[in-house]
Design a protein around this ligand. Structure first.
Ligand code: HEC
Length: 138
């Protein structure tokens, strides 16, 4: 029964995201891949709905962070993203999807594999300090 509820939750979650992004003209197949990559690589900490926990910030903040000077770079350099086993192209797709699904914004222009490759090559050693600097505007 528990397993069934979990399966239904994941299916519902996937369907909602596909509809949201398909409307933006992103190929449904790519959206599904990004969702699965998120589930397998990010959701253990960020949780299914992006709500996070006491030690993991809610992904709803990512829209606001992205809009700040340096925010675009910040999102690609946090360790959870930078050190994930996903290749550059798939990590770019997850971040694009994540911003739209949880951050209520669109990465414009979208992250590309090349940009993500450059950003993740400089992961933060102290991401919380980087986050504070970003929010303080320096
Ligand atoms: C092991 C737990 C963990 C995993 C797995 C993880 N993250 Fe995170 N993530 C964190 C924590 C903790 C933070 C807060 C900054 C820090 O301490 O690294 C964070 C912060 C972030 C942020 C910045 C959010 C903010 O409000 O500052 C983004 C974007 C992000 N993660 C993306 C991802 C993506 C994309 C994945 C999957 C590819 C992922 N993370 C996987 C733990 C994780």
């Amino acid at each position: 029964m528990r397993l069934l509820s979990a399966a239904l939750l994941v299916t519902g979650f996937a369907a909602a995201g596909v509809q949201a992004l398909a409307a933006d003209g992103v190929a449904a197949r790519d959206v599904k891949m990004a969702q699965h990559d998120y589930l397998l690589n990010c959701a253990a900490c960020h949780l299914l709905g992006g709500q996070g926990s006491r030690t993991v910030p809610p992904l709803a903040d990512t829209g606001r962070l992205f809009a700040l000077p340096g925010g675009r770079e910040y999102l690609g350099r946090v360790p959870g993203a930078a050190h994930s086993p996903l290749d550059d192209k798939r990590l770019a797709a997850v971040l694009n999807w994540m911003l739209s699904r949880f951050g209520d914004t669109t990465a414009d222009p979208p992250y590309t594999a090349g940009e993500i490759g450059r950003l993740r090559a400089q992961p933060y050693l102290d991401p919380l300090a980087a986050r504070r600097r970003l929010l303080a505007g320096h």
